[in-house]
Design a binder for this molecule. Structure first.
Ligand code: F6P
Length: 376
């Protein structure tokens, strides 16, 4: 926030009532509507006219259809609702937009067209609510002269520069609830149940839900695993009379020396991960003989009502982002540095992934209690 290093100030135009655009990009998550609400309320109270850009950055390519005026009535009663009233996409990057040429899909740079859309809509600044992909796009537009502020969101909690992102707490609660429910069926059938949760490059959801839900094995991308150690732990459960076991794995976890398991890659989209839960369940059954089942929690983690702490964080981020725009402080992302909200340059925020540190106290507590990470 004010006082932060690396400031780059460029005041929005002052001759007319300033116009602020808001968009949500990338995968949705609980808390987006709370962030939109706080942004709109704060901006209206600060004298901006506010516009919603529907469908993420791609909405800028067709402003007449996708840019709408937002007033107090448009954000009534949405703080507790999942999803985003503005819509979103994770295949609408104007710098690599999927376009069909003949029979082939190719990626084209339509960023100039998007900037023309900003001009056509008369926007003086944009607030982009997104994860690493969307904030990377935000940085590219900032470099092309668009005054932009980022708000971090993702259930994966893997954005560098902020202690936490909203959406994460709700996703962890959903995953913990799933483990709670799996306990009784695992115990009744004396099975090994494997739950695959989201987390492409960071295992925050698996780690937190695994510890909170009492899992026996937690597999995360930061710790390559070996099946022999996973099975040693599940076997131990049966030998000591607890005739079932719960394994939680992040979608991005990998067996040592192997690549992440992928489903497909489409033009203009991130590679789709999946399959590690099935693999682990199959291997447990093959190596130990214990009946195993796997379950992919998938997009359930991205849905539903945001928890209290996600609503609160989203609200704080939304207001703080408008304060930055009020000061003409762009190219920044709002971030939580407990107990404060600060800002970090977008450049820093996208510079690396916020992985689970191997020295994390949660990992330590888990190991102390005998939870296996499949590495020893
Ligand atoms: O938001 C990030 C994420 O939840 C990843 O963990 C996951 O790989 C991805 O979204 C899936 O997104 P989609 O199915 O919407 O392409």
């Amino acid at each position: 926030m004010p006082g932060t290093k690396n400031k780059s100030r460029s005041k929005p135009a002052g001759k007319h009532t300033k116009r602020l655009g808001i968009l949500t990009g990338g995968g949705d998550c609980p808390g987006l509507n709370a962030a939109i609400r706080a942004t709109v309320k704060t901006a209206l109270n600060s004298g901006w006219r506010v516009y919603g850009i529907k469908g993420g950055f791609a909405g800028l390519l067709d402003p007449k259809k996708h840019i709408i005026s937002l007033g107090p009535d448009d954000i009534k009663g949405i703080i507790h609702i999942g999803g985003t009233i503005l819509g979103t996409t994770n295949r609408g990057n104007p710098f690599a937009f999927p376009v069909k040429v003949g029979d082939e899909w190719v990626e084209k740079d339509l960023s100039e067209k998007a900037l023309a859309g900003v001009k056509e809509a008369g926007l003086d600044a944009v607030i982009a609510i997104g994860g690493d992909g969307s904030l990377r796009i935000a940085k590219q537009f900032y470099d092309k002269g668009l005054p932009i502020v980022g708000i971090p969101k993702t259930i994966d909690n893997d954005l560098y520069g902020t202690h936490i992102t909203f959406g994460f707490d709700t996703a962890v609660s959903t995953a913990t609830d799933a483990i709670d429910k799996l306990h009784s069926t695992a115990e009744s059938h004396q099975r090994v149940m494997v739950v695959e949760v989201m987390g492409r490059y960071a295992g925050w959801i698996a780690l937190n839900a695994g510890v909170a839900g009492g899992a026996d094995v937690i597999l995360i991308p930061e710790i390559p695993f070996e099946m022999k150690y996973v099975v040693r732990k599940t076997d131990e459960r049966y030998k000591t009379g607890s005739n079932f076991a719960i394994i939680i794995t992040a979608e991005g976890a990998t067996p040592k020396g192997e690549e992440q398991r992928t489903v497909f890659k489409k033009v203009g989209q991130e590679v789709k991960l999946g399959g590690i839960g099935d693999y682990v369940a199959g291997e447990v059954e093959r190596l130990s003989g214990h009946e195993s089942r796997s379950l992919v929690l998938g997009h359930l983690q991205r849905g539903g009502q945001p928890t209290t702490s996600d609503r609160l964080l989203a609200t704080r981020f939304g207001s703080a982002a408008v304060r930055l725009a009020n000061e003409g402080f762009f190219g920044q992302m709002v971030a939580l540095d407990p107990p404060h909200i600060k800002s970090v340059p977008l450049e820093d925020a996208i510079s690396r992934t916020r992985s689970v540190p191997l020295t994390s106290d949660i990992i330590r507590a888990a190991r102390d209690m005998g939870i296996s990470f499949g590495d020893e």
